[in-house]
Structure formats: structure tokens, C-alpha cells
Design a protein around this ligand. Structure first.
Ligand SMILES: [Zn+2]
Length: 322
């Protein structure tokens, strides 16, 4: 079965209703499947999503590989599992989105009549159904970064609590090859933030490597997450990792006030670029932002409309130090 080809061809891709070993498969929406193991082992339910942005294809290929292994009996699921392929139309068009960024449609507000709106509603319904049956799930939403980054693989961790990131989450992130994690609140309209906010999931957006062409193959950057996902699904011990992720939290948001906004960074500046203390980061008319000691920037984007966020300033999270 070439699942990727089927997903690219239509919304009607089907998986067998029963996997080798007896797990059952239920289709909750187009390209959204719940897998229920014949005999569940202790282990947290898992939601894995990919392709929320249609041009981020390497994670889609990772997830297709896992689905194929499940269907072939090469990977035996021992925890309840929800497999989600996100923006199918954008995936077919090899675009980030068609009308609306799907990863901004999970904030709860009424959504405009875009091509992505019904897909967001379908994904929400599937997540709600899965989480009602399977509380305390982990949700890993797999993306690939659209700009260079000092850390090739990093995670955004929307959390209700302000406390330090515990040992268990850090072990999971390290096993997934995540080198840095940014702790944020749960208000963002992203897929992972909604799972944390509405269902109390331990949820992450993973930004893995760089966007590349569909069919370009899965590179080494994705090997760790592929291995870790298979271990989680099989309720096996996580592969050991020698490094722990650096933990950051948000210090300030750069909100663009007017068209006079200027950022003192090249437009392609890498995520996690640091500054000398006191350096001018941005200015907007008479307002200036100077770097506090240890501040770094992620998601710099001076081209946003006035009123929107042009970047996030972050600092190392001292409370999460090992
Ligand atoms: Zn993305």
C-alpha cells in the first residue's frame, strides 16, 4: 500500500479495519484514524499529527512509514493511537495552506468561510472524540521549520502550568531528537495548544529540520523522532539519548505597532539568534526594544501586519535546569 500516493489522490484513503495482531482501526475523518490495540499495555494514549502545513512533507512521510509498518504487522500498537494527516488540500497543492493557515484555526473563534475551516472542524471533532475515550494523551504535532535554526529540531510546549519542565517530558523530547524546547502558554490558536488547553494533553509542536520537496525522502534529522514514535506506539522503552534539550521561556513579544517597524536582523535570521546585552533589536517610531541579558529571538517576521507579533524574545528557563 502506498499511503502517501492515496492521500495525494483523494480523501478516501482507507486502512484495514483490523491490523495483524488484532488491533482495530476506526476512521474518524478523512485521513484521521484511531487505532485501538487488542490488548492495551500501560502507556499513555498518543496523538501524532503531520501535514498541518501542506508544504512540510518530511513529517508526513515519517507518519506514512509508521502507518505502513502498523498495517504490515511490523509494528504492534500497544497503546490507543490517533493518526492525523492535516491539510490534505494544501498537501496536494504543495502549499503551506490554501486560504487560511490551518494552524491558526484552533483558537475557538468562529472561522471564516475558508477552505481550511471545515478541515479544522473535522480535526477538532476527531480529537475530542479520541480524548473523551482516552484521557491524558500525549499529542505530538510534527512540522518542519521554514527558516534556519541554531537548533535543527526544537519543540514548542504549550502548557497550563508555569512550573519547570519535568524529567519525564525532557526524556521524551530528548528521545525525539529535540535539542531545544520553548515553554509557552496555551492561548495560541495552534493545534497542539488546543489539545493542551481543552484536554490537558501533554502537547508539543515539533519543528524538525527544513521544509523540503515531497518524495525527497526522510533525512537523518527525522530518524530520532521516527524511532521514538515507534517505541511509544509499541510501549517499548524510549531509545536513550545522551543530550537533554535546552529549555527556554518567553520573555517578551515583539508586537509591530506601525509600518515604521524595523527589525535590526537580516530577514532570514536563524531561530534562536542571540544578542549582545543592550543591543537594539527593533524599533517602531519612538519605541525601541533593547536586548536584556541572555535574550534570543524566535520566529522573527517584520513583514506581519501592524498589531501582530513580529517575533518572540526568549530566555533560558532557569527552573528547568538539570
Ligand atoms: Zn508548520
Amino acid at each position: 500500500m502506498d499511503l502517501l500516493a492515496e492521500l495525494l489522490a483523494s480523501d478516501d484513503a482507507q486502512l484495514p479495519a483490523r491490523l495483524p495482531g488484532g488491533a482495530t482501526v476506526e476512521r474518524l475523518a478523512p485521513a484521521v484514524w484511531q487505532v485501538t490495540p487488542a490488548n492495551a499495555w500501560p502507556g499513555r494514549p498518543l496523538i501524532v499529527s503531520a501535514g498541518i502545513h501542506g508544504d512540510e512533507t518530511a513529517p508526513v512521510e515519517v507518519l506514512c512509514g509508521i502507518v505502513s509498518a502498523l498495517c504490515a504487522g511490523a509494528l504492534a500498537p500497544r497503546i490507543p493511537l490517533l493518526l492525523v494527516f492535516g491539510n490534505l488540500q494544501a498537501l496536494r497543492a504543495a502549499r503551506r495552506y490554501i486560504d487560511d493557515d490551518l494552524n491558526r484555526l484552533f483558537g475557538g473563534a468562529t472561522v471564516s468561510a475558508s477552505c481550511e475551516a471545515p478541515r479544522a472542524a473535522a480535526l477538532i471533532a476527531a480529537i475530542d472524540r479520541f480524548c473523551a475515550r482516552n484521557p491524558a494523551a500525549v499529542h505530538l504535532d510534527l512540522h518542519s521549520a521554514i527558516r534556519d535554526s541554531r537548533y535543527a529540531c526544537f519543540a514548542i510546549a504549550p502548557r497550563e502550568s508555569e512550573g519547570p519542565l519535568g524529567h519525564e517530558p525532557r526524556t521524551l523530547l530528548a528521545a525525539c531528537g529535540i535539542e531545544a524546547v520553548l515553554l509557552t502558554g496555551v492561548k495560541a490558536p495552534t493545534f497542539s495548544a488546543r489539545s493542551a488547553r481543552v484536554h490537558g494533553c501533554e502537547a508539543y509542536t515539533f519543528e524538525l529540520g527544513r521544509v523540503r520537496r515531497l518524495g525527497g525522502g526522510v533525512s537523518g534529522e527525522f530518524a530520532a523522532v521516527d524511532r521514538a514514535l515507534r517505541a511509544l506506539i509499541a510501549a517499548d522503552p524510549l531509545p536513550p539519548s545522551e543530550t537533554a534539550p535546552h529549555v527556554f521561556r518567553v520573555s517578551r513579544e515583539l508586537i509591530k505597532q506601525s509600518d515604521a517597524f524595523q527589525m535590526m536582523l537580516p530577514p532570514d535570521a536563524a531561530n534562536f539568534t542571540g544578542f549582545a546585552a543592550g543591543a537594539l533589536i527593533a524599533e517602531d517610531g519612538s519605541q525601541q526594544w533593547h536586548a536584556e541579558p541572555g535574550e534570543l529571538i524566535v520566529f522573527p517576521n517584520p513583514a506581519v501586519k501592524p498589531g501582530l507579533r513580529a517575533g518572540l524574545l526568549i530566555i533560558a528557563d532557569a527552573t528547568s535546569d538539570t
